[in-house]
Design a protein around this ligand. Structure first.
Ligand code: NAG
Ligand code: NAG
Length: 356
């Protein structure tokens, strides 16, 4: 197959997969199943690398609901000025038109830490906002924004990540000499995720490895690549895979993403991942995939894929956050049986006890 054909095929498969997912969920989709949606994005952008179904409840009282398909294009050209192919997020109406996707603003707000609490969030005004170029201490080219796109919870927040986002650390504070071309700082490949509100207005950034120890670089949190995988869970939290933490053992973080800035739990829960207590050895890449749910009862449980664990056979590691503490508890690890099979590379949660 020609390269271009393959790409389109890839996107089609992703679309079909998302339709299958959607028709299985509670979203009020009503599609003619014999017709396929084939949305197209910019060439070479990896449009369709990730997809998620999103429900926007415009006037909740009026029961006015708009359904969208969110599509990640990690090599796409972001709307942020001063960045090149840093990745883009698109929203596509659920229609048979193949050219009606538009880009959602993700990067370029004056400060990524702002929290839009006034609730005005009129998405039509988003495109009138002035976007700032990346800061001097960050590298967004090749950051892969859109590698992970998820939505869900009570508030239908949108969670989108760029696992290759780089922050350049202040060289003065470092014991190690400079690394990376053209800069005197240490390049921190920690990744970033953004929370957008249901109406696509910007919420806030989530950087679970920021501010953690980096003196021993990759042996700690300097190359976490957080957001390589992610999931929005029914309890209003996001589960974030960070396969590059602690000499690529990898780990999982869980943070609240719903509620207002003041009421939201700022605590970052994590799986055990130090040299003594990690359930996986170095170079396991735990967090390449994640999912979560109330697998065992009323409390939240998480699963993370570690494709290089178990001597390369791969492992799925299950945790429980029953006691809301750090680190949360390792419950069990499931092993793959074939070397190099990548067991644990993708995960999906099923409704095991049928309670929705
Ligand atoms: C429902 O939402 C659509 C799109 O957001 C809008 O055009 C329409 O006016 C809304 N209808 C009502 C009754 O609010
Ligand atoms: C794993 O990496 C750490 C450094 O982060 C090192 O101290 C430790 O010895 C390594 N473990 C093994 C079993 O090689």
């Amino acid at each position: 197959m020609a390269h271009g054909t393959w790409k389109r095929w890839h996107c089609l498969v992703a679309t079909v997969a998302s339709i299958l997912l959607l028709s299985n969920s509670v979203l009020p989709f009503n599609l003619e199943t014999r017709q396929l949606l084939d949305k197209q994005g910019p060439q070479g952008s990896y449009f369709g690398y990730s997809v998620a179904g999103h429900t926007q409840r415009a006037g909740r009282a009026a029961g006015n609901v708009t359904n969208w398909m969110l599509v990640g294009a990690p090599l796409g050209q972001n709307l942020q000025p001063g960045s090149t192919r840093s990745g883009a997020l698109f929203r596509c109406p659920v229609s048979l038109d193949s050219n009606d996707c538009t880009q959602v603003i993700t990067d370029g707000h004056r400060t990524d830490d702002i929290d839009d609490e006034d609730g005005t969030g009129d998405s039509d005004n988003l495109y009138e906002q002035r976007l700032e170029p990346p800061g001097k201490d960050e590298i967004k080219n090749n950051q892969w924004l859109g590698v992970t796109v998820e939505t869900g919870g009570q508030e239908n927040k949108i969670f989108v990540c760029a696992h290759r986002y780089i922050k350049i650390n202040n060289p003065q504070s470092l014991a190690y000499p400079a690394s990376g071309p053209g800069s005197t700082g240490l390049y921190l490949g920690q990744g970033v995720c953004y929370v957008l509100n249901e109406d696509f207005s910007f919420g806030f950034a989530v950087e679970v490895c920021r501010g953690r120890s980096i003196e021993r670089e990759h042996q700690q949190y300097a190359f976490c690549q957080s957001g390589t995988s992610g999931a929005v869970l029914p309890d209003g939290t996001a589960l974030i895979g960070t396969p590059g933490a602690m000499t690529w053992k990898g780990t999982l973080f869980n943070v609240a993403i719903e509620g207002g800035f003041l009421s939201r739990d700022k605590f970052q829960y994590f799986a055990p991942h130090d040299n003594l207590h990690s359930p996986v050895p170095n170079y396991s890449y735990l967090g390449m995939s994640v999912t979560g749910g109330r697998f065992f009862g009323e409390y939240m449980a998480y699963a993370g894929g570690a494709p290089r664990a178990a001597q390369g056979n791969g492992e799925v590691v299950i945790f429980s956050n029953r006691y809301k503490k750090n680190p949360f508890d390792h419950v069990v690890s499931l092993r793959g049986e074939q070397f190099g099979s990548g067991f644990g590379s993708t995960l999906a949660s099923a409704d095991i006890n049928g309670d929705g």
